[in-house]
Write a protein of this length. Structure first.
Length: 275
């Protein structure tokens, strides 16, 4: 059983919601990311989503765009991200890690080589924003050959046909984008999100994670009532940006914020759900 499958099986049996933080590798300094990853796990993160910096992150708002710019200026690359995961695995063999990024760096490396290096490093899942399943068959095959879960996005505008197609190609979990727009945007309608999650859940047994627009513990708790995982990105990256002149303070500050989220999620009582 994969680490992602094992995680959701365990949490589902406990009626708990996974906490998934997103950070950009190499932001604001390359030496910060590894201790930050360990600090997030200690604070209650169940899975880490590690952003691979890219020069044109089309799905990301200005906060994460600036994080990518800082990371690229620091020399962070796709290969560097894989080495970060490998180093993380020296102390943590249990926490799943998903890489989130864009297709171009993977194409440059080559699908097969990327998948082999990712599998060897200990990557559990890959979310490539601009590689939908109908356009990424070669990448999908390479990932599956290494037992790496392909993670896909669903949007509020996804049609039933699209939902079925995405869910048929995905494994691990499905990432539902809770707002129309880029990361960090506002206008989060929690009632609408819950209704959409119910629709998606009727079409797939895969766990459903919700991200985009979750800024605080109260919102995370409300989202946890209908989601199997809550994904928090811009709220973390904006805090990292504010502390970029004091990088040594970042792991502790982010851990404190995640601790609040973890407490809020654990206060939500849900019946056990087999996953």
């Amino acid at each position: 059983m994969s680490r992602i499958k094992d995680l959701f099986t365990r949490l589902g049996a406990q009626g708990r919601t996974a906490l998934i933080p997103f950070v950009t590798a190499g932001d604001p300094e390359r030496t910060v990311t590894l201790p930050l990853m360990h600090a997030m796990v200690a604070a209650g993160a169940d899975l880490i989503e590690l952003g691979v910096p890219f020069s044109d992150p089309m799905a990301d708002g200005p906060v994460i765009q600036r994080a990518s710019e800082r990371a690229l200026a620091n020399g962070m690359t796709l290969g560097g991200c894989l080495e970060l995961v490998r180093a993380f695995r020296e102390r943590d063999a249990a926490t799943p890690v998903v890489l989130m990024g864009y297709l171009n760096p993977i194409e440059v490396m080559g699908y097969s080589l990327f998948a082999q290096r990712a599998g060897s490093a200990g990557v559990d899942g890959v979310l490539v924003v601009d590689a939908p399943p109908e356009e990424g068959e070669d990448l999908l095959a390479a990932l599956r050959a290494q037992a790496i879960d392909p993670i896909y996005l669903l949007a509020p505008t996804s049609t039933p046909e699209r939902i079925r197609r995405i869910c048929a190609a995905a494994s691990g979990f499905v990432y539902y984008v809770s707002i129309r727009g880029v990361t960090g945007a506002g206008h989060l309608d929690i009632t609408e999100v819950r209704e959409r999650l119910n629709t998606i859940r009727s079409m797939t047994p895969l766990p459903l994670g919700v991200g985009f627009g979750i800024q605080d513990a109260a919102t995370a708790a409300r989202m946890a009532e209908g989601a199997d995982a809550v994904i928090v990105g811009s709220a973390l990256v904006s805090r990292i940006e504010a502390l970029r002149e004091r990088p040594a303070a970042i792991p502790g500050e982010i851990a404190a914020f995640l601790g609040d989220l973890r407490g809020a999620l654990d206060a939500v009582r849900k019946p056990p759900r087999p996953l």
